[in-house]
Design a protein around this ligand. Structure first.
Ligand code: S3P
Length: 450
C-alpha cells in the first residue's frame, strides 16, 4: 500500500535479554485532545509530554489552520492559544490528517457546529476508512458533508450555522465517534447527550470537565449516558500528558517473550478504559507488576515491570474487555503465539476498520512466520507454539499501520529466525523513538533487509 513516503523495510532479529528502563512517549489519545481542547479554550494551554508523532503533529497543524496559535519550545513544552468555543476560523487549505483517524474524526466534530467549511484528506489508509460513523451523528446537529463513495475522505464538512443539540446512541463502540459528537455539542445550545452501550476510553469526558465544561456521566440500562451543556467558556489548562499504555505494550510484550528480560516502563497511564491488555496478560500468567501506583493530572498512572514469562497460557479474552484494549490485539497475538494453547479473541469486529484490517494483517504475517491463525468476521484465534517456538523467517506487510509494523518487530525478537516487515515507516505516527528505545533495551531492529 502506498501513501506514506518511501517504504522503510525493517528486520527484527532474535535477541538476548531485554533490560532497562523504557520511557515511552506521551499518550496519543490525550495528546490529540490536549491540542483540540486547548484550541477551543480562551487563553493559553501549556502541554508537557505531548506525543510528537506524525499523527499529533498533523493535529497541531490543523489547529493552526483553524486559527489557534500553536508553538513548541525547545524543551518540548507546547503552548496553544485557543480561540474559544465557536471561534474557529475557516481554513484556507485542505486539512491533511495523514494517517490519523482520531485526528480527523475529532477535528470534524470540533468544527461541525461553526459556520465554516473545511475539506479533509489523509494518506491511503485514512482515505479508505469509514467516516459516515461520524458524519451521520453530525448531520443531526445540522452539519452537511460530501465525501467519496461510502463516506470516505477526501471530504468537505459544512458546519451548522444554527446547530441544535443532539441525543445520540453510538451504534459501534468508538471513542472517536463519541468524542466527535461531544466536541460538536460544545457549540450547540442546550444539552447534547451521548449514550454508549460499552464504555470506551473516556479521556474526552475527563478533559472536558478539566477545561471547565459541565459534563455528567451516568450509568443506566441503556449504557453510559454522557450529558454536556453546550456553549461553555473553556478555561485553558496546564496538561502533563501521561505515557501511552498502547505504546508501552510493545516493550512490555517483548520483555515477556525474550528469555531473561526485565524491563521497567515508568509513568504509564492506566485509565481503566485503556488497561485491558495488562489484565489479559496477567490472566495468561505474565510476570507483570504495577509499581508506584499514583494519580497524575486526573489519570491513574503506574510504573510497569515486565519480566520474561516462559509459562504463559492461551486464554479466551473476554469480549466485554475489547474496547479497553482495542489497539493492543495485534501485539497480544504475538504474545499468544508464544504461549501454550489457543488464545481466542471475540467481539473484535472494529479491528477490521482501523489503520488496516488488523485481523487480516496479523493473520497474514503470523502465518508467514509459521504461526497458525483462524479468523471469522468478528473473532480470531492464535495457536500458541510455546515460548521461543515461533519459527519466524517470514516477511510481513504493515499495510500503513504502525501497530502492525511494531507487533511484527516484537515477534522477531522472540522467534527462531528474523522477522521482516515491508515498511516500518508508519511507526513514526505514534512511536517515533521505537527503534532507539527498543535498541537501548537490547533489541536488534535494523533498517533495510539486513
Ligand atoms: C481512539 C479511539 C479508538 C482507538 C484509536 C484512538 C481515540 O478508535 O482505536 O487508536 O483516541 O479516541 P475508535 O474510536 O475507532 O474505536
Amino acid at each position: 500500500m502506498s501513501g506514506h513516503g518511501t517504504p522503510i523495510p525493517m528486520t527484527s532479529h532474535p535477541c538476548g535479554p531485554l533490560a532497562g528502563v523504557a520511557e515511552v512517549p506521551g499518550d496519543k489519545s490525550i495528546s490529540h485532545r490536549s491540542l483540540i481542547l486547548g484550541a477551543l479554550a480562551v487563553g493559553e494551554t501549556v502541554i508537557t509530554g505531548l506525543l510528537e508523532g506524525e499523527d499529533v503533529l498533523d493535529t497541531a497543524k490543523a489547529m493552526r489552520a483553524f486559527g489557534a496559535e500553536v508553538t513548541r519550545e525547545d524543551d518540548g513544552t507546547w503552548h496553544v492559544h485557543g480561540v474559544g468555543v465557536g471561534g474557529f476560523a475557516e481554513p484556507d487549505q485542505v486539512i491533511d490528517c495523514g494517517n490519523s483517524g482520531t485526528g480527523v474524526r475529532l477535528i470534524m466534530g470540533a468544527m461541525a457546529t461553526s459556520p465554516i467549511t473545511a475539506t479533509f484528506t489523509g494518506d491511503a489508509s485514512l482515505n479508505g476508512r469509514p467516516m459516515a460513523r461520524v458524519t451521520d451523528p453530525l448531520a443531526l446537529f445540522g452539519t452537511q458533508s460530501v465525501g467519496r463513495n461510502g463516506g470516505r475522505l477526501p471530504m468537505t464538512i459544512v458546519g451548522a450555522a444554527d446547530p441544535v443539540p443532539v441525543r445520540y446512541a453510538v451504534p459501534v463502540p468508538s471513542a472517536q465517534v463519541k468524542s466527535a459528537v461531544l466536541l460538536a455539542g460544545l457549540n450547540a445550545p442546550g444539552e447534547t447527550v451521548v449514550i454508549e452501550k460499552e464504555a470506551t476510553r473516556d479521556h474526552t469526558e475527563r478533559m472536558l470537565a478539566g477545561f471547565g465544561a459541565q459534563v455528567s456521566v451516568e450509568d443506566s440500562d441503556e449504557g453510559r449516558v454522557i450529558t454536556l451543556t453546550g456553549q461553555p467558556e473553556l478555561r485553558p489548562q496546564t496538561i502533563a500528558v501521561p505515557r501511552d499504555p498502547s505504546s508501552a505494550a510493545f516493550p512490555v510484550c517483548a520483555a515477556l517473550i525474550v528469555p531473561g528480560s526485565d524491563v521497567l516502563v515508568p509513568g504509564i497511564g492506566l485509565n481503566p478504559t485503556r488497561a485491558g491488555l495488562y489484565a489479559t496478560l496477567r490472566e495468561m500468567g505474565a510476570d507483570l507488576t504495577y509499581e508506584n501506583e499514583r494519580e497524575e493530572g486526573g489519570e491513574p498512572v503506574a510504573d510497569l515491570r515486565a519480566r520474561y514469562s516462559p509459562d504463559m497460557q492461551g486464554i479466551e479474552v473476554p469480549p466485554e474487555r475489547a474496547a479497553s484494549m482495542i489497539d493492543e490485539y495485534p501485539v497480544l497475538s504475538v504474545v499468544a503465539a508464544n504461549a501454550n494453547g489457543k488464545t481466542m479473541m471475540r467481539g473484535v469486529k472494529e479491528l477490521r476498520v482501523k489503520e488496516s484490517d488488523r485481523i487480516d494483517a496479523m493473520a497474514q504475517g503470523l502465518r508467514a512466520n509459521g504461526v497458525s491463525v483462524e479468523e471469522g468476521d468478528d473473532w480470531w484465534s492464535v495457536d500458541g507454539m510455546g515460548i521461543g517456538g515461533v519459527p519466524g523467517g517470514g516477511t510481513c506487510e504493515s499495510f500503513l499501520d504502525h501497530r502492525i509494523a511494531m507487533s511484527f518487530m516484537v515477534l522477531g525478537m522472540g522467534a527462531k529466525a528474523p522477522v521482516k516487515v515491508d515498511d516500518g515507516g508508519p511507526i513514526a505516527t505514534s512511536f517515533p523513538i521505537f527503534e532507539p528505545l527498543m535498541g537501548g533495551l537490547g533489541a536488534r531492529v535494523l533498517r533495510a533487509n539486513r
